[in-house]
Design a protein around this ligand. Structure first.
Ligand code: ZN
Length: 302
């Protein structure tokens, strides 16, 4: 059984020269997972746009309307971190659509992956930190509405805290939000999740993996999830420009294996999203995401 992944040429959109968001990574990741035989081309799916009904499970109609029509204020645009464009709208809708399709596939196949998504800084009524829509929250809410799942766990190992996701699920005891992140990283005002672990600067593989090994079983026990959504951020890598941690490529690969292994042991499906990564060169970030896909592929085949 191949790993099914979602990716679109429309995940990319034009940005001004010198913008620090690594938009090139989406196309390169797609090319590499195909070129390296990790995913056969017929298992790479182009997502449809997220529907308005699904968006409104998480976001306010006012925010969705104003973002879609290009009516955000200058302050809102600055907080989001992107200049508005039609192409940005298309990307936001497609990327959320990709996560929705991936979570549905994960329920059927055990593991599936969106080669984007994990935009965890998006709140119901605003976007920030390069995150327009909270794809993970929308996807979980859509499955709950369709009675495909009752409970879910978000395992957020991006180096930044998923403040938007935590805000969405703050009063929902059916969704357990676990985040392990750099304490001194953005967002500077954290929103408490079900379980947050803050790491100091330059934390490396040994500390990180020991904490994760100790914590994951407790997360699964407490969450009793029907589905895990995993945010496999590349930004804990030692050469990330924003991350402040010091994980190696090998450490990140062991992290991914640990999450997938833990879920397989208890028979819980996992949908993977790539979340952040700001490597210099950006190929470092792409390498981390490619490795995540290859590990996910191993779990989907076994
Ligand atoms: Zn991040």
């Amino acid at each position: 059984m191949p790993l099914h992944v979602w990716s679109s040429a429309k995940y990319s959109f034009p940005l001004p020269n010198g913008h620090r968001f690594p938009i090139a990574k989406y196309a390169r990741l797609r090319e590499r997972v195909i070129a390296e035989g990790i995913v056969p081309t017929n298992a790479v799916h182009d997502p449809v746009r997220v529907s308005l009904d699904d968006l409104l499970l998480v976001h306010t109609a006012d925010y969705v309307d104003r973002f879609t029509s290009g009516a955000l204020t200058n302050d809102e645009e600055r907080r989001l971190g992107f200049p508005w464009s039609e192409a940005l709208v298309e990307r936001a809708y497609r990327a959320a659509g990709g996560t929705i399709e991936a979570v549905r596939a994960a329920l059927d196949e055990g593991v599936a992956m969106n080669l984007a998504g994990g935009t965890h800084h998006a709140f119901p009524s605003h976007g920030e930190g390069f995150c327009v829509f909270n794809d993970v929250a929308i996807a979980i809410r859509a499955l709950q509405r369709d009675r495909l799942i009752d409970r879910a766990a978000v395992i957020d190992l991006d180096v930044h805290q998923g403040n938007g996701t935590n805000a969405v699920f703050a009063d929902d005891d059916r969704v357990f939000t676990f985040s392990m992140h750099g304490g001194r990283n953005y967002p500077f005002r954290k929103v408490a999740g079900s379980l947050d672990i803050e790491l100091g600067d330059r934390a490396g593989d040994d500390l990180y993996l020991a904490l994760l090994a100790d914590t994951l079983p407790r997360v699964i026990d407490a969450a009793r999830p029907d589905l895990v959504v995993y945010l496999a951020g590349a930004d804990p890598h030692e050469h990330d420009r924003l991350g402040r941690l010091a994980l190696t490529f090998d450490g990140l690969a062991r992290r991914d294996s640990m999450v997938l292994e833990q879920c397989r042991e208890v028979g819980i499906p996992v949908a993977v999203t790539i979340a952040g990564g700001y490597g210099d060169p950006i190929d470092d970030t792409v390498q981390v995401h490619v490795t995540t896909a290859s590990i996910a592929a191993r779990y989907s085949r076994s």
